[in-house]
Design a protein around this ligand. Structure first.
Ligand SMILES: C[S@@+](CC[C@H](N)C(=O)[O-])C[C@H]1O[C@@H](n2cnc3c(N)ncnc32)[C@H](O)[C@@H]1O
Length: 232
């Protein structure tokens, strides 16, 4: 919905489409998968531990209108801003640690694009729910679980709640026990689930980064009921 380090906007199309009526994103960020294509029409439940990020979602879902978004001031190169919503548009993972930022041409441009995008797409998120909490507190409902945590090691260190604070074995066990299906994202250091290659992203200066995926579909309650009936 807004610019965010690690967001899945450009690659959302490579992930499996949701098979359930509800999508849960226990690591919400800017929730690009839930917004992609027709996914947003489902019931969408977001969990996000960083209060600054969940506050943006609360505002978008409960208060914002396209007019309010359009009336947010544009940013001029060279000026300073202490607004978190501006700071995350700086296109750097260190942005999460800045209290104030000097507006660069990249930031000003990203903000301009995001403002337009948020105003035009706001209607898609008005029925969504945001919960400011830890992923472990998400109720185990039958859903498509799009699990995109801070990636293990360096790539996930930038966030306020980053990779250092996550027990990846515990996260893997938690994920595997979800009802419905799980779509789990990781980078090249992901070794705690049997991840499969998804794609390689071209970055700056010829650098590439690997995206891997783990998909698991658990039997639905309906299927289990059917199974029990057949055995009777
Ligand atoms: C890789 S980002 C998610 C990006 C998102 N898929 C998108 O498209 O923008 C991971 C997010 O998880 C959040 N997070 C980290 N630890 C968390 C926890 N224990 N519970 C909930 N959210 C957490 C971070 O604040 C960050 O916003």
């Amino acid at each position: 919905m807004f610019y965010y380090y690690g967001r899945k906007k450009q690659i959302a199309k490579y992930y499996p489409s949701p098979n359930f009526d509800t999508i849960v994103e226990p690591f919400a960020g800017s929730a690009a998968y839930s917004l992609y294509g027709e996914n947003w029409k489902k019931e969408v439940i977001l969990f996000e531990k960083d209060e600054r990020v969940s506050t943006i979602w609360q505002w978008l879902i409960n208060e914002a209108t396209p007019a309010k978004i359009n009336s947010l001031p544009d940013l001029r190169v060279g000026e300073k801003s202490s607004e978190f919503l501006h700071i995350i548009h700086a296109a750097t993972k260190m942005a999460f640690h800045y209290k104030t930022i000097k507006v660069t041409p990249v930031l000003a441009r990203n903000w301009e694009i995001s403002k337009r995008y948020m105003a035009e797409n706001l209607f898609k998120v008005k029925h969504w729910k945001i919960i400011r909490d830890d992923y472990r507190l998400a109720p185990d409902i039958e859903a498509t679980w799009f699990i995109d945590p801070p990636y293990k090691e360096d790539a996930g260190k930038g966030y306020r709640y980053g990779s250092k604070l996550i027990d990846y074995q515990q996260l893997a066990e938690w994920a595997k026990s979800r009802k419905g299906e799980i779509v789990f994202c990781e980078g090249h250091c992901g070794d705690y689930l049997p991840f499969k290659p998804l794609l390689e992203l071209k970055g700056v200066a010829g650098k590439t980064s690997k995206e891997v995926i783990y998909y698991q579909s658990n039997k639905t309650t309906q299927q289990l009921e059917l199974f029990k009936l057949c055995r009777q």
